[in-house]
Design a binder for this molecule. Structure first.
Ligand code: COA
Length: 156
């Protein structure tokens, strides 16, 4: 699959929200609103990247931010119909490359315990588990899930 991966800004909000609407399980309330994404981008310390298919349909995106000497992956999503074709991998690599470019010492992220696909992607990309926040996420049915914190270090 031909993939076009590019830096994105407020002008790309529709593309990001099109993926947001289908990528995140509504049972966990992890999707952000357009206002939340735009607010994050407006801080000037956040950045987004969008992956488009050959026909320019949006297939995936990431949202990250600088935080102190590090960077944080806030969101990564790939449209269900486009999964397992390397888009998440490419987006994660591009997010890490941009974090390095911004002189971040590490890229941190949090994943809900039980999010098998995301956890497998991060582990395959070499991220290490460095912590756990108990009962951080709450599912629609009230069941709580830990958040697992992972990190990729760039300062080695
Ligand atoms: C997590 C997510 C972004 C992965 O996107 P993707 O484009 O399907 O990932 P890739 O095709 O690049 O997968 C790369 C590797 O990750 C691992 N992986 C990805 N999905 C997996 C799954 N469902 N089960 C097991 N391993 C998986 C595999 O090692 C895979 O390599 P392989 O296909 O050669 O075996 C996608 O599943 C998604 O959007 N999930 C919903 C949103 C979400 O939970 N985001 C994370 C929290 S913000």
């Amino acid at each position: 699959m031909t993939l076009r991966l590019a830096q994105a800004g407020a002008a790309d909000i529709d593309a990001m929200m099109a993926v947001m609407a289908v990528a995140f399980d509504p049972g966990f309330g992890e999707a952000w609103s357009a206002a939340q994404v735009l607010g994050s981008l407006a801080t000037g310390t956040a950045w987004a990247q969008v992956a488009h298919g050959q026909d320019m349909s949006p297939l995936g995106f990431t949202l990250c931010r600088e935080i102190g000497p590090d960077a944080e992956l806030l969101l990564i999503g790939v449209a269900p119909t486009a999964r397992r074709s390397g888009i998440g991998w490419a987006l994660l690599a591009a997010a890490a490359a941009e974090a390095r470019q911004r002189a971040a010492a590490a890229l941190f992220l949090e994943v809900r315990d039980g999010n098998v696909a995301a956890f497998a992607l991060y582990r395959a990309a070499g991220y290490e588990v460095i912590g756990r926040r108990r009962d951080y996420y709450r599912g629609a049915d009230g069941v709580r899930f830990d958040a697992v914190t992972l990190r990729a270090r760039f300062d080695d």
